[in-house]
Design a protein around this ligand. Structure first.
Ligand code: NAP
Length: 253
């Protein structure tokens, strides 16, 4: 049985985390649950559970928060590229001997006929684009500055919040979340005459439409590998994660 003193910290930032908040609240009604967002995006979803927003202040800040709130479990459902948060969480969990399970959705894999160039870094991705490319850049507002020196290419940049860096004047910026359907992406790529797609290997279904569209249009994809994440127990899906949490909470350690 779940102990009353349990307080789960859900580190959010993925669409899976939204679903997890509901599932955890339903599955462990006797536990406290607090969700946490970085706060980089203004229109945050209402998770329906107590939620805090903003950085903790590094590992020390996170440790202080966990001690103050009596956190007994961390669910790390951050984006796979939010490596700093995952490192801080793993370190804090280890120091306080609090169990942690990270949601690690499987990486996207190329399908038959896909032309992927796998690269390790944003800089490698920027270098991999040929002169004159018309690139769809789905890479995030912090990372876009690794590409803006490429005045010889056209960039179609899509992100949720505007970048801090000024984009080359010929580039276009779309401020939106990714569409659900590949058809929308296909239309966009055709309209803008996109020749290359640059993306982080985020995994999951929420932003997969661009990969499908690249496949349909036979456009090459420059796929940026995930950063190294700390050693931790992982679960590939929300249901696997909840099952694991159930086991750990039931045994009380
Ligand atoms: P990061 O480098 O891991 O995080 C930077 C700092 O943001 C962390 O050290 C932490 O600040 C704070 N932070 C991150 N997630 C938090 C959370 N859930 N609750 C409270 N604080 C949090 O990650 P990032 O800079 O946010 O993003 C890095 C990459 O991941 C980018 O490519 C971005 O596009 C992608 N991404 C991130 C998110 C997200 O929600 N973080 C969502 C989608 C995509 P303190 O050290 O002060 O605690």
């Amino acid at each position: 049985m779940t102990a009353k003193a349990d307080h789960i910290l859900l580190l959010a930032g993925t669409s899976e985390a939204r679903q997890l908040a509901r599932t955890l609240a339903e599955t462990f009604p006797e536990s406290r649950l607090t969700a946490s967002f970085a706060g980089a995006v203004r229109d945050l979803p209402d998770l329906g559970v107590p939620t805090r927003v903003g950085g903790f202040g590094g590992t020390d800040g996170l440790l202080a928060f966990m001690r103050h709130e009596g956190i007994t479990f961390i669910v790390d459902a951050t984006h796979p590229f939010a490596a700093q948060m995952s490192h801080n969480a793993a370190e804090a969990a280890k120091m306080l001997k609090v169990p942690l399970v990270r949601l690690e959705r499987p990486c996207w894999q190329p399908g038959e006929g896909d032309a992927w160039t796998n690269v390790l870094t944003m800089d490698d991705a920027a270098r991999a684009l040929p002169d004159g490319a018309r690139a769809f850049l789905a890479i995030g507002r912090k990372e876009i500055e690794r590409f803006t020196h490429r005045n010889d290419i056209f960039g179609l940049v899509r992100m949720i919040e505007p970048p801090k860096t000024r984009l080359p004047s010929a580039w276009e910026l779309i401020l939106s979340r990714p569409p659900a359907s590949a058809d929308e992406e296909v239309s966009l790529f055709l309209e803008k005459n996109i020749t290359h797609v640059v993306t982080k290997n985020s995994g999951g279904s929420r932003s997969y439409a661009k990969i499908e569209a690249a496949r349909v249009l036979k456009r090459p994809v420059i796929m940026i590998a995930r950063p190294d994440l700390p050693e931790a127990e992982t679960a590939p899906t929300n249901s696997a994660l909840v099952d694991r949490l159930r086991q750990i909470l039931a045994r009380g350690s």
